[in-house]
Design a protein around this ligand. Structure first.
Ligand code: SF4
Length: 343
């Protein structure tokens, strides 16, 4: 069942009753969720525990800055129909669900996910979204996201995958999920069979940010997926106080590679409201990437990515696509050669 509200956290001894008022204010805006797996990883003796910091709400979330946005990567401007984000020509996001097994305090979709978020995609809207994919033959890849798609029952996942199976131009289905890391027991034969029902090449992009999240049970869940023929890549967020250290990132990336999960994205933190305490500067991120590169095999190197506010898409910021125009402000070139100022 897990921990779902402030009273649960107090009862579990993870926050103190003194924090109740402030945390209830946080909880009125942003969902709370920890699975038993996550709770068991928290070191209660460490006030700066990198697992706790990812999931336990704090009063710092009440501090918002003018640069922050409710829709930090611009999903809404690229949404032609409910549930679809069509930002790049050959691929779409299909947002099938808006709940998650855990709620990350730095989530870039924190205004959209959770019980008070946008809700699940109703059957009629899902049918419209699938019709959109069917009618756009340039769509090569469908990325199931949300929310966390692997929170759906195997029966619902099978229905979605079976529907995608009938669309010939869709060759790749990618599923973004934290489930293998936060609820690994969910990755069982029934769920894996459902994921394979499309007959398409299927990827699971695992979201994890700290090497302690890659426990034996989590690696075993990855083994079940990969052994079943599902390819895996990783995505992590570079987070102050959690993994902004080349040694921690090296351990995380090696753990991914050992589990046959290819490091894919390291996201610069997005401008989501109330997440300033997790953000570091791009210069700091680039220095960390440089140090990481000097430590590990090329297999362990993710692409350091900035998702441009306003929906202009991802750019790699480890390779000179940006320049500092004044201290703390950058000119960033997007994939079309257009220049944007950041933040
Ligand atoms: S699992 Fe993903 S969508 Fe859900 S709260 Fe965490 S970052 Fe956000």
């Amino acid at each position: 069942m897990g921990l779902r509200n402030v009273e649960d956290l107090i009862a579990a001894g993870l926050v103190t009753p003194d924090e109740r008022v402030a945390l209830e204010r946080v909880a009125s805006k942003y969902a709370i969720g920890l699975t038993p797996t996550v709770e068991s990883l928290i070191d209660r003796s460490d006030p700066a525990d990198p697992i706790a910091l990812q999931y336990l709400p704090t009063a710092a979330e009440l501090i918002e800055t003018p640069d922050e946005r409710a829709d930090p990567i611009g999903d809404h401007v690229h949404s032609p129909v409910e549930g679809i984000v069509h930002r790049y020509p050959d691929r779409v996001l299909l947002k099938v669900v808006h709940v998650c097994p855990v709620y990350c305090r730095f989530c870039f979709r924190r205004e959209m996910v959770g019980p008070q978020g946008d809700g699940n995609l109703p059957p009629a809207e899902l049918e419209t979204a699938l019709a959109y994919i069917r009618s756009h033959t340039e769509i090569w890849e469908v990325i199931l996201t949300g929310g966390d798609p692997l929170i759906l029952s195997p029966r619902r996942l099978r229905e979605i995958m079976t529907a995608l199976a009938t669309i010939p131009h869709v060759k790749i289905v990618r599923i973004h999920s934290r489930v293998p890391a936060v609820d690994p027991a969910r990755i069982n034969g029934e769920l894996i069979d459902a994921l394979k029902a499309s007959g398409k090449t299927t990827y699971v992009a695992l979201h994890a940010n700290h090497p302690r999240e890659m426990s034996k049970t989590v690696r075993d869940a990855c083994t079940r997926l990969v052994d079943a023929g599902i390819a895996m890549v990783s995505q992590s967020v570079l987070l102050k106080g959690i993994n902004d250290d080349p040694d921690v990132l090296a351990e995380l990336m090696r753990a991914f590679v050992e589990a046959r999960v290819k490091p894919y994205y390291l996201h610069h933190p997005d401008m989501a409201p109330g997440t300033g305490h997790f953000r570091l500067s791009i210069a700091e991120g680039q220095a960390i990437m440089q140090a990481l590169r000097s430590k590990v095999s090329g297999l362990c190197i993710p692409t350091y990515i900035l998702d441009l506010p306003g929906g202009h898409g991802k750019v790699s910021i480890g390779d000179g696509m940006l320049s500092e125009i004044e201290p703390g402000r950058y000119a960033v070139t997007d994939r079309n050669g257009d220049i944007h100022h950041y933040p």
